[in-house]
Design a protein around this ligand. Structure first.
Ligand code: VG1
Ligand code: CO
Length: 539
C-alpha cells in the first residue's frame, strides 16, 4: 500500500445524485482518487467489508473502475465485486449490494447526461441497504474531501474486467460477475413471467424498448428477449457505447423521438426507453404519452395484479415536485403517502422502515422496495405485467384511471445552461417574495400558500431545508421552482406546473397549463433575469 500525498479540491460537493463533472475535470491528477478516498474516510474505511463497483459504461468508466479497485484494496476491503466490463446498471448495483450483503458500492454514472471525452462523468456511493448515501453521509464525504492530504493506493496490475471469475489480489477477493444475471433473477421473482411471455411472444402484441445505446441494453435483451420470448427486433440501440451513440440517453419525448415515431408510425402497442444508467423509464402507448406522475399512480393502483405485490402496498411516496395523482390513489386505498425532496436518497429510510413499497419522481423515475434505487426496466415490466393481466391498452388503462381518480395535468419546463449568478439572483428574488404572496391574485389564480419546502424524515428525524419553492393556488393549481443539482455547467432552472381536473379529461396538457405557465413566468421573472423567453426542454 502506498500513501500518495495530495491537496484537497474544494468542488467535490455531491449534488442530487453524487458528484458530476466533465470527464476532463475528473481526469485531472488526483481528482477521482481524492473523492474516492473521501468516501472511504467518511464510511470509516473498508473494515474487511465487501464493496460493489460498476457503472453505466460511459467514457472513463473502465479507468475509474481500475483506480477504485486498487484504492479499495489499499483501504481494507476484503472483497470487491465488479460487474463484467465494469458494467452495472444503477438498479443492478443496488440489487447486487443487497443480495451479497455488501457494505456498500460505488456507482459510476452521470445518468442521463451525455458521455464522451468532452462530456460528463459521475460517481456516487450507495450504502449497505443498496440505496444512495443519505444527506448526512454526503455532507461527511464533502467535509472529508475538503481536508484531504493523502490517499491510499495499491500498486496492483490492471484487472481483466472482462473475464468472469474470482481473483486473489494481495489477499483480497476480487470477483468479476455477470452484470445481468442477479438482476434478471430478481425480476423473475417479482413478475408473472408466464403471462408476460404469452403476451410478448404471442405475435399480436407489438412493442419496442429503446436502450438508447446505454447500460440497459444487455438487461433488456436477457429479460425481454431471452426470458420472455419477445422478437429480437423489439429491443433497439441495445449495445452500450461510451458516448451513447452521441445522443443524450434521456428517456423523454425530445431525446427519445425516434422511439416515439417508430411506435406511432408502425402502430405498435407499447414503447419504452431508459436512461444512461438504467434507473429511469419513459412509457408510451400508440399515440399516447404516459406522464411519469401518472405512471406512478396507475402502477400503484394496479400493483396487486403483480405477483410480487399481490399482498398490497405498505404505503407510497413521491418527490415534492411530482404531481399529486399518487396521493389520490393512496387516499382511495387507505395508504400513507409521503412527500420527499427531489432525489432517491430520501426514499431509502421510508422503505427500510417498512412504511412504503412504491415510490417515484416526475423525472421518469419509478421504483419499489425490491432495490433502493429507481428502476427503469422494473417499471417497464410492471406495465407489461399489468397489460398482460388486464388485456387493456396503455391508453385505455390510463383513461380508466382518470375516470376513477380525476386527472392531474403536469408539465416540467427546463431552462438549461443559464448563467449561475443570474440564476441564483432570480431564485433569491423569488424567495424574498414568498412571505407576502398568500392572497395575491394573478389573473384569477389566487395564492393559497407559498414556501420553501422543508422535509423532516419521519424515520431518523433529520431535516432538509430549502428543497424547492412551492406555490399553491386556491383552485388546486401548483407551481414548483428549483435549480437542478445534477448539471455540470451553468445552472438549470426547473419549473413544475400541475393542476387537477375532473372534466374534459382528454385535453391537451400544454394548452391547459398555459395560463398557469404565464403566471409562473411573471412570478419568477425568467426573462427579466436571464433573457430567456422559452424553456429548452418541456416534458
Ligand atoms: C434530476 C431529477 C431528479 C432525479 C435526479 C437523479 O435531479 O430531477 O428527480 O432524482 O436527476 O436522477 P435535478 O437535481 O437535476 O433536478 V438520475 O437518473 O440522474 O440518477
Ligand atoms: Co439515471
Amino acid at each position: 500500500m502506498t500513501l500518495i500525498n495530495t491537496t484537497p479540491f474544494q468542488d467535490q460537493k455531491p449534488g442530487t445524485s453524487g458528484l458530476r463533472k466533465k470527464v476532463r475535470h475528473f481526469q485531472q491528477p488526483h481528482y477521482l482518487e481524492n473523492f474516492v478516498q473521501a468516501i472511504f474516510n467518511a464510511v470509516g474505511g473498508g473494515q474487511n467489508g465487501c464493496l460493489v463497483v460498476g457503472g453505466d459504461g460511459r467514457y472513463f468508466n473502465r479507468e475509474a473502475v481500475q483506480t477504485i479497485v486498487a484504492m479499495a484494496i489499499a483501504n481494507g476491503y476484503k472483497e470487491i465485486i465488479v460487474g463484467q466490463g465494469g458494467i452495472l446498471s444503477t438498479p443492478a448495483a443496488s440489487c447486487v449490494i443487497r443480495k451479497y450483503k455488501c457494505s456498500g458500492g460505488i456507482i459510476l454514472s452521470a445518468s442521463h447526461n451525455p458521455g464522451g471525452p468532452d462530456e460528463d462523468f459521475g460517481i456516487k456511493y450507495n450504502g449497505a441497504n443498496g440505496g444512495p448515501a443519505t444527506e448526512q453521509l454526503t455532507d461527511k464525504i464533502y467535509a472529508e474531501s475538503c481536508a484531504l492530504t493523502s490517499y491510499k493506493l495499491s500498486a496492483i496490475e490492471a484487472i481483466d474486467l472482462d473475464l468472469i471469475g474470482t481473483l486473489d489480489v494481495e489477499g483480497v477477493k476480487v470477483r468479476i460477475i455477470d452484470s445481468v444475471s442477479d438482476y434478471a433473477e430478481l425480476m423473475e421473482s417479482l413478475f408473472d413471467f408466464p403471462a408476460m411471455r404469452s403476451l410478448l411472444s404471442g405475435g399480436e402484441f407489438s412493442f419496442c424498448f429503446d436502450a438508447m445505446h446505454a447500460v440497459t441494453g444487455p438487461y433488456a435483451k436477457e429479460i425481454l428477449i431471452n426470458r420472455l420470448g419477445a422478437p429480437a427486433e423489439s429491443v433497439i440501440n441495445a449495445t452500450p457505447e461510451e458516448d451513447f451513440g452521441g445522443h443524450h440517453p434521456d428517456p423523454n419525448l425530445v431525446h427519445a423521438a425516434d422511439l416515439v415515431s417508430k411506435v406511432n408510425q408502425n402502430g405498435l402497442d407499447f414503447g419504452a426507453a431508459s436512461d444512461g444508467d438504467g434507473d429511469r423509464n419513459m412509457i408510451i402507448g400508440n399515440n399516447f404519452y404516459v406522464n411519469p406522475c401518472d405512471s406512478l399512480a396507475v402502477l400503484a393502483a394496479n400493483a396487486t395484479l403483480i405477483p410480487g405485490y399481490a399482498q398490497g402496498l405498505a404505503g407510497v411516496a413521491r418527490s415534492m415536485p411530482t404531481s399529486r395523482a399518487l396521493d389520490r390513489v393512496a387516499a382511495a386505498q387507505g395508504l400513507n403517502c409521503y412527500e420527499t425532496p427531489t432525489g432517491w436518497k430520501f426514499f431509502g429510510n421510508l422503505i427500510d422502515d417498512g412504511r412504503i413499497t412504491f415510490c417515484g419522481e416526475e423525472s421518469f423515475g419509478t421504483g419499489s422496495s425490491h432495490v433502493r434505487e429507481k428502476d427503469g426496466l422494473w417499471a417497464v415490466l410492471c406495465w407489461l405485467n399489468i397489460l398482460a393481466s388486464t388485456g387493456e391498452s396503455v391508453a385505455s388503462l390510463m383513461r380508466n384511471h382518470w375516470q376513477n381518480f380525476g386527472r392531474d395535468l403536469f408539465t416540467r419546463h427546463d431552462y438549461e445552461g443559464l448563467d449561475s449568478a443570474q440564476a441564483a439572483e432570480m431564485m433569491k428574488a423569488l424567495d424574498e417574495k414568498l412571505t407576502n404572496l398568500a392572497g395575491s391574485n394573478f389573473d384569477g389564480f389566487v395564492v393559497e400558500t407559498a414556501d420553501q419546502f422543508a422535509y423532516s424524515d419521519p424515520v431518523d428525524g433529520s431535516v432538509s431545508q430549502r428543497q424547492g419553492v412551492r406555490i399553491l393556488f386556491t383552485n388546486g393549481a401548483r407551481i414548483v421552482v428549483r435549480l437542478s443539482g445534477t448539471g455540470t455547467s451553468g445552472a438549470t432552472l426547473r419549473v413544475y406546473l400541475d393542476r387537477f381536473i375532473n372534466e374534459d379529461l382528454e385535453c391537451d396538457t400544454q394548452a391547459a397549463l398555459a395560463p398557469l405557465s404565464a403566471v409562473a413566468s411573471k412570478l419568477i421573472g425568467v426573462e427579466a433575469f436571464t433573457g430567456r423567453k422559452a424553456p429548452d426542454v418541456v416534458t
